[in-house]
Design a protein around this ligand. Sequence first.
Ligand code: UD1
Length: 439
Amino acid sequence: MDQIRVHGGRPLHGRLPISGAKNAALPLMAAGLLTADPLRLTNVPRLADIASMTSILRQLGVRIERMDGIDGAADALTLSGEDIISTVAPYDLVRKMRASVLVLGPLLARFGEATVSLPGGCAIGNRPVDLHLKGLSELGAVVEIESGYIKAVAPKGRDGTGSRLRGGRVAFPFVSVGATENLMMAAALADGETVLVNSAREPEIVDLARLLTAMGAQIEGAGTDTIHIQGCDTLSGAMHRVIPDRIETGSYAMAVGITGGDVLLEGADGCLIEAVIETLGDAGVTVEVVADGLRVVRGSDPVIGVDVMTEPYPGFPTDLQAQFMALMTVAQGASMITETIFENRFMHVPELGRMGANINVHHASAMVRGVGRLTGAPVMATDLRASVSLVLAGLGAQGTTTINRVYHLDRGYDRLVEKLSACGASIERVPSERAAAEE
Ligand code: UD1
């Protein structure tokens, strides 16, 4: 397997382009199932998760054409759901990515039935899909689990012909990004009005609402905790630009915090990460809104320990917890980091410990005592955000850090090595044959 090698200790300087958001692009692609017309998405990041969603949609019969961006520019996708041939999303494709479950709502809404493999657990926790299923039941679907598959069928239409979901009231017991997205897509083609209470408020929800509105849906309240959706008989095609990736933005801002330096995050949107910008400011990392993105600066003063608790948006995102912890390992003073979204999201802790970090975990909280500087070591990536936290730690460490299981990074960081190298980092991807030969 490929490795990433980082020789630490170089400050970052220059311009670093921010890609389109993975977590926005995935539901937007699933929305391609809602219409027979073409949907054109631009600013799509080049990632393994996008390739996984492409495979699933193609298997269902969606035609997908990709226009590769030139010179590092973003890709565009045209999706055409005119000739859907199947409403079954099989295990071998769904197991690769949890977000595959986002095809459930659109398939059920447009075709009256869907069979989707249960995505199963993942490294950061159990992650059930009960809220998605309960929500769809509130819209009249009959949902059963059979042989590891979710089988959902819509009720008979009110006019007695065909089957169609019925608008209803769905009150989520706690906030779920994916369940909110699945229900928004399902409700867009349901008969009548749906009200989603205690919805997620993430920017990716707002982006999905923008696309669905461009397709002809009537949606109010996206970005607040109550969303009203008036169902339509059909939706049409649309063009849509994916929002910038706030998690990629925050990750690179934290990289600059660790190494020191001055980097322009091109195309980044500060409005999407206000809580992160505030926390970084408290830690001594300046993030300033400029004309073409965000400028991140950390001078010679050390980073200061700051406490953080992850929360649904607009709070501090769980997807930046591991990266922030990497930053706090080299801070002056201590930091208490509390994870409230996922039960098992501290797998980067022992790996950071191998690099000399001083971290004690007690239940959902980690006490990080800053050590000034880490030392390079061979480490193992365990999940997407944990992997990038090890890259960040390596950028600031003395000596060489080798990160194994790089495929996690390929899921969510578009051209990571190129982007960091262009800002002065000493980082390379070592192909598996060379890595094996050198061991
Ligand atoms: C999305 C993001 C992921 C991010 C997470 C939280 C995508 C593709 N992924 O994941 O990067 O870390 O939001 O911001 O957008 N839960 C249930 N039952 C359900 C659904 C969720 O118990 O039916 C639990 C989860 O296990 C978790 C919490 O609710 O503890 C929040 O999960 P959710 O917001 O649904 O995360 P995802 O949409 O899977």
